[in-house]
Design a protein around this ligand. Structure first.
Ligand code: FAD
Length: 293
C-alpha cells in the first residue's frame, strides 16, 4: 500500500502554491495516473488533485477564439454544439477516447500532459493550430502545441507549471476537417495510427489551407508540411491522393511495437490520412454548395 500526501486546491492561486512543493504530481481525471499508481509504476509523494479548480473548467467562445479549460472532459467536448459544427475533427476524436465512462473522467489537459504520440486530442488540435496556456506562480505563457510536446511522455511543462487551457481560432465554416484512427477495434482502443486533416476549396475547386497531422507514427504527433504543400492548389484526383499517401509515408518515422510493425504503420498512415483528407473535402464541398444555394 502506497502512502502519499494529498492536496485538493479549489482555486488557481492555491494550485500555484501547492505545485511549489517538491515532488508534487497533478491528478485531474485520474484515468492515466490512477492505473499507474495501482501497478506501482507511479509513486507520488504528493498528489495534487485539480478536479475542484473551477477556473480550469469549461469551453468558452469569444468572437472567433475558442478556449477550452484543461479540466474539460472528452464527454463535454464531444457534446459541444459549436465545436461539433466548426471543429468536427476534435469532437470526432473526443468521441473515440476510451468508453463513455472514461470520457466522463478523462480531461483534455491530462491527454496533452501525458504526451503520448497516440493521444487522440493532439492531431485535431494540431490542424487547428492550437496553443496551450501554461500557468505557474510566476505567471502564464502560451506555446504552440507542437512546441509543447517534446517526445513520448515529455513536455515543455516546467516545475510548478500546469496546463490552464487550450486556445485556437474557431475554424471558418468552409474549412472541412476530420479525424480518424485505426486500432485493434473501433472503441476502447489506443490508436495504432491516427490522422486529422483540414481543407478548404477555392471557387475553382482547388485544395487550399491543407493541413494534415498524423499520430502514433513518430515520437510526437506531427504535421506533414511536405504533403500539405504537395496538395495545395491542386484539383483533387485519384493520382493526387496516391501521391499524398506516399508523401505521408516519407514524412513520418514510425516504430515497431506490440501494437503494429513500422511497415504497417507507414502504409496505414498514408491511407488513413488520405481518408481523413477526403472526409474533410466532402465537408468543405457541402459548405461550398450551401453558400451557392
Ligand atoms: C480504459 C482507458 C481507455 C483510454 N482510451 C484512450 C483513448 O482512446 N485515447 C486516448 O488518447 N487516451 C486514452 N486513454 C488515456 C487517458 O484517458 C487520456 O490520456 C486522458 O485524457 C487523461 O486525462 P486525465 O484527466 O484522466 O489525466 P490524469 O490521469 O489525471 O493525468 C494524466 C497526466 O497528465 C498530468 N496532468 C493532468 N492534468 C494536467 C494539467 N492541467 N496540467 C499539467 N499536467 C496535468 C498528470 O500529472 C499526469 O501526468 C485511456 C485510458 C483508459 C484508462
Amino acid at each position: 500500500m502506497q502512502t502519499f500526501n494529498y492536496l485538493r486546491p479549489a482555486h488557481l492561486d492555491e494550485l500555484c502554491q501547492a505545485l511549489q512543493q517538491p515532488h508534487a504530481k497533478i491528478v485531474a481525471g485520474g484515468t492515466d495516473v490512477l492505473p499507474q499508481m495501482h501497478t506501482g509504476r507511479l509513486q507520488p509523494a504528493l498528489l495534487v488533485d485539480i478536479s475542484r479548480v473551477s477556473e480550469l473548467e469549461g469551453i468558452r467562445i469569444h468572437n472567433t477564439q475558442v478556449e477550452i479549460g484543461a479540466l474539460t472532459t472528452f464527454a463535454a467536448i464531444q457534446a459541444h454544439p459549436t465545436l461539433r459544427a466548426a471543429a468536427p475533427a476534435l469532437t470526432q476524436a473526443a468521441q473515440w477516447v476510451g468508453a463513455p465512462m472514461t470520457r466522463q473522467r478523462a480531461t483534455l489537459g491530462g491527454n496533452l500532459a501525458n504526451a503520448s504520440p497516440a493521444a487522440d486530442a493532439v492531431p485535431p488540435l494540431m490542424i487547428y493550430n492550437a496553443e496551450v496556456t501554461l500557468t505557474s506562480a510566476k505567471g502564464s505563457r502560451s506555446l504552440p502545441l507542437a512546441q509543447f510536446l517534446l517526445g513520448p511522455g515529455q513536455t515543455a511543462l516546467q516545475r510548478g507549471e500546469f496546463i490552464q487551457s487550450v486556445r485556437f481560432e474557431l475554424p471558418a465554416e468552409d474549412l472541412g476537417s476530420a479525424f480518424l484512427k485505426i486500432g485493434p477495434r473501433r472503441g476502447m482502443t489506443i490508436a495504432i495510427v491516427s490522422a486529422a486533416a483540414a481543407v478548404r476549396l477555392s471557387p475553382e475547386g482547388r485544395l487550399e489551407q491543407v493541413r494534415v497531422a498524423v499520430g502514433a507514427s513518430a515520437p510526437t504527433v506531427i504535421r506533414c508540411p511536405q504533403t500539405e504543400n504537395l496538395l495545395h492548389g491542386q484539383l483533387p484526383s485519384a493520382e493526387l491522393w496516391q501521391s499524398a499517401a506516399q508523401q505521408i509515408a516519407v514524412e513520418i518515422s514510425p516504430i515497431d511495437d506490440v501494437r503494429a510493425s513500422r511497415a504497417y504503420r507507414r502504409r496505414a498512415a498514408g491511407v488513413l490520412a488520405v481518408r481523413a483528407l477526403q472526409a474533410a473535402l466532402s465537408q468543405a464541398q457541402e459548405a461550398a454548395q450551401a453558400r451557392t444555394v
